[in-house]
Design a protein around this ligand. Structure first.
Ligand code: ADP
Ligand code: MG
Length: 619
C-alpha cells in the first residue's frame, strides 16, 4: 500500500505562498518599502535594474534588526508586528502577516545587511530558494539594506509571465508613488539602471502631492479637511479643470495605506457631479484616518482592499467633505455662474474655428470639417438592444464579429470613381451625389440608393474611414503639421510611461511628441488633418482608450493605437452635419476596403432594400 499524501517541503510551500504576495517586481517593491516605513526610516532609497527583474534593492535608515531577528525575518509567518489575534484589530503598521520576506526569499536571491543603532556590527544574511547560505557579522550603517536579484530565477514559468520592462517599471512607479504619497515626511528616491528617476525630500502632504502630480498642480488643489470623533479626512481634490480622461491621479488612503475602493471613488465622483464632464475623472488624494478597529485590512493578501465596519457612513462622509471643500472654494454647484466660467475653459469645449480653417480643412480631408463642436461631451454608444434590432434588418451583410468574417464577401466590393453622377459603389450600393441627404437625430444619415436606402451611423462610419486611413499611414507615414506654438503636456507618472511606450507608433500617424523633463512632453506636431488647439485633449483620450485595450493580446500595439485613434477622432453622434459633409462622409465610407463594419465589428450602415421594404407593407 502506498500513501499518496505528503507534506510539501518548506521551500515549495513558500514558493506557492509567494504567488499570492509577489506577483511581479512591483509587489516586492511595495513589501520592501512598507517594511522600511514600518522600521521608522526617515530615508528610503529604492534601486532597481531592468525594471526590477534583475535587481530590487531598498536601503533604509530605520531601526534595523539584531542578528537573530535578521535570520528569523525570512521564516514564514515571522513578524514582529502582531502576536495575538486581538492585535490584528489595532494595526498601525503596514505589514503584519509575516509573509513578505519569506516569499521573497523563495523566489529570488536575497542579501540582507542590517544593523541596530546600539550594535557595533551589523549582520549579513544570504538566502536563496528559502535556504540560508551565509550569516556573518558585517560593518554597515544603521538600518537595513536588502537586495533581491533575479526575481523568479527558480520559477521560469513565472518569469516568462513578466511583461515588458516599460510595463513592469510602470507598476513599480505606481507602488513607489503610493507609498511616497502616504508618507510625505519620509525622503524617497528611485534609481533605475543607474539613473536618478525621483528624489523627493520629506515635507508636507501638499509638497509631496506636487512632487508626484507635477508643478502644474500648485494652484489647482483644493484642500479637504473634516474631523469627527469617528474619522478624519484630509488631503486634496483637483479643481474641476484638472479632471482627466484617464483615471491616473486618484489616490485613496486609509490609515496611510493605499487602497482601491470603487465604492468610495463613486462617492467622490458624485461630489463632482455637474462640475466636470461625465466622461472625465476628478483627481484626488484623500486620506482617511479611522480607529483601526473599525476596518479590517486582512481581507486581501496584498492588503489593497479593506472592509469598513460601516461603509455607508464613510461614503456619506467622503462625499460631504469633498462637496464642502469644493463649495468653500466657490466651485460648488450652488454658484452656477462661476462654474460656467470654469467649464468653458475645459479642453473639451469648442475651440474657435475660423472660416479659413474650415476651408482648408474641407479640402484636406473629411475629418477636419467635423471637428467643430463639443465632441468631447458626447460619446454615445449604441446600446445592445438597439444593435439587435439593427441586425434583424440586415439583409446580406455580415452581422457580427470581427471584420475577418468578411473575407468571403470581399470579392463583391466594387469601388469605382464617379462617372455619370454616381460617385461610389460598394457592395452594389450607389448614392447619387445630387441627392439630398437626411440627418436624423444628428446621428444617422439616410441616403436613398438605387434600390432603397441606407441608414448610416455617422460616428461608426467615420470611425471606419479613419481606421483605414491610419492603417495606410503605417505603410506611408502620415503627414505632420508642425505646431507654431508647441504645447507642453504634463501627465501622471503612469500615463507618462505609457505615452513614452507608444511615442514611436504615434509618430507614424503624424504625432510628433518628445519627452520634456519629468513626466512632461512637448507636442511638436500633430497629424495634418487634426485641428490644432485640441491636441492635449486628444492625446489624453487616446491614452485612456489605449488602456482599455492594452490587456488585449490579440492585437499589436500599432493596431491598438490605430483603433483608438479612429474611435477617438471620429465625429460623434449629436454633431449636426451639412449636406456637403454628409456626402463627403458617405463617399469616403463607400471607398473603404471594408465599408460595412468598424474594425471592432459594429455595423457602419444598414442597407434597406426595396424588396425588404415592400415586404414590410404586405398584408
Ligand atoms: P511583516 O512586515 O508582515 O511583519 P515581513 O516578512 O515583511 O513581515 O517582515 C518580517 C519581519 O522582519 C518584520 O516584522 C520586521 O520585524 C522585520 N523587518 C523586515 N524588514 C525590515 C526592515 N527594513 N527594517 C527592520 N526590520 C525589518
Ligand atoms: Mg512587511
Amino acid at each position: 500500500m502506498t500513501n499518496s499524501i505528503h507534506l510539501l517541503p518548506d521551500h515549495i510551500a513558500n514558493q506557492i505562498a509567494a504567488g499570492e504576495v509577489i506577483q511581479r517586481p512591483a509587489s516586492a517593491v511595495k513589501e520592501l518599502l512598507e517594511n522600511a516605513v514600518d522600521a521608522g526610516a526617515t530615508e528610503i532609497k529604492l534601486i532597481i535594474n531592468d525594471a526590477g527583474k534583475a535587481l530590487i534593492q531598498v536601503i533604509d535608515n530605520g531601526k534595523g534588526m539584531n542578528p537573530i531577528d535578521a535570520q528569523n525575518s525570512f521564516a514564514r509567518h515571522a513578524t514582529s508586528k502582531i502576536s495575538s489575534i486581538e492585535d490584528l484589530f489595532q494595526i498601525r503598521t503596514m505589514g503584519f502577516r509575516g509573509e513578505a520576506l519569506a516569499s521573497i526569499a523563495a523566489v529570488a536571491q536575497v542579501t540582507l545587511k542590517t544593523r541596530q543603532a546600539q550594535d557595533e556590527l551589523g549582520t549579513k544574511v544570504e538566502i536563496e530558494n528559502s535556504n540560508v547560505n551565509e550569516t556573518s557579522p558585517i560593518a554597515c550603517p544603521v538600518g537595513t539594506n536588502i537586495s533581491m536579484k533575479n526575481l523568479f530565477f527558480n520559477i521560469p514559468a513565472r518569469r516568462n509571465f513578466l511583461k515588458s520592462n516599460s510595463a513592469e517599471l510602470k507598476h513599480i512607479i505606481e507602488e513607489f508613488t503610493r507609498v511616497a504619497l502616504a508618507f510625505p515626511e519620509i525622503y524617497f528616491s528611485l534609481t533605475n539602471n543607474g539613473q536618478d528617476v525621483f528624489h523627493w525630500e520629506g515635507g508636507s502632504f501638499k509638497q509631496r502631492a506636487i512632487h508626484v502630480l507635477g508643478n502644474s498642480y500648485q494652484t489647482k488643489l483644493v484642500a479637504v479637511g473634516e474631523k469627527t470623533d469617528y474619522l478624519t479626512i484630509s488631503g486634496f481634490v483637483g479643481k474641476p479643470d484638472t479632471a482627466k480622461k484617464t483615471r491616473s491621479d486618484q489616490y485613496f488612503f486609509v490609515n496611510r495605506r493605499f487602497i482601491k475602493s470603487p465604492y468610495l471613488h463613486h462617492a467622490i465622483a458624485n461630489a463632482f457631479e455637474g462640475l466636470i464632464p461625465k466622461e472625465n475623472f476628478p483627481s484626488y488624494l484623500l486620506y482617511i484616518d479611522v480607529d483601526p478597529s473599525r476596518v479590517d485590512i486582512n481581507v486581501h493578501p496584498t492588503k489593497q482592499e479593506i472592509k469598513f465596519e460601516d461603509d455607508k457612513i464613510i461614503y456619506a462622509f467622503v462625499q460631504a467633505a469633498v462637496k464642502h471643500a469644493l463649495a468653500q472654494f466657490s466651485i460648488a454647484p450652488s454658484l452656477d455662474f462661476s462654474l460656467d466660467a470654469d467649464f468653458q475653459q475645459l479642453d473639451g469645449i469648442q475651440k474657435p474655428f475660423t472660416e479659413e480653417q474650415r476651408n482648408s480643412a474641407a479640402s484636406s480631408s473629411l475629418y477636419a470639417g467635423f471637428t467643430q463642436k463639443n465632441q468631447a461631451h458626447f460619446i454615445p454608444r449604441v446600446s445592445d438592444a438597439e444593435k439587435k434590432e439593427w441586425k434583424s434588418f440586415f439583409s446580406d451583410l455580415p452581422t457580427s464579429g470581427d471584420e475577418n468574417n468578411l473575407t468571403s464577401n470581399s470579392d463583391s466590393f466594387i469601388v469605382k470613381s464617379s462617372s455619370m453622377g454616381l460617385y461610389k459603389e460598394s457592395n452594389g450600393i450607389k448614392v447619387n451625389e445630387d441627392t439630398t441627404l437626411l440627418q436624423v437625430n444628428n446621428t444617422y444619415i439616410i441616403a436613398p440608393t438605387a434600390s432603397g436606402f441606407i441608414m448610416v451611423n455617422q460616428q461608426l462610419a467615420h470611425e471606419r474611414v479613419l481606421y483605414e486611413k491610419y492603417q495606410k499611414a503605417t505603410v506611408h507615414p502620415h503627414a505632420t503639421q508642425k505646431s507654431l506654438f508647441p504645447v507642453v503636456m504634463e501627465l501622471g507618472v503612469a500615463d507618462a510611461i505609457l505615452l513614452e511606450d507608444i511615442i514611436e507608433d504615434l509618430a507614424v500617424i503624424g504625432y510628433e511628441i518628445e519627452p520634456f523633463g519629468q513626466n512632461s512632453f512637448i507636442i511638436q506636431g500633430i497629424p495634418a488633418d487634426v485641428i490644432s488647439g485640441n491636441e492635449k485633449n486628444a492625446i489624453e483620450l487616446l491614452l485612456e482608450q489605449f488602456k482599455h485595450f492594452s490587456g488585449d493580446i490579440k492585437f499589436s500595439k500599432r493596431e491598438k493605437i490605430i483603433r483608438c485613434m479612429a474611435r477617438q477622432s471620429a465625429i460623434k453622434s449629436g454633431q449636426s452635419l451639412t449636406q456637403k459633409e454628409m456626402h463627403s462622409l458617405i463617399e469616403s465610407l463607400l471607398e473603404c476596403e471594408i465599408s460595412t463594419l468598424t474594425a471592432s465589428g459594429a455595423p457602419t450602415y444598414i442597407d434597406f432594400k426595396e424588396s425588404y421594404l415592400d415586404g414590410l407593407f404586405s398584408k
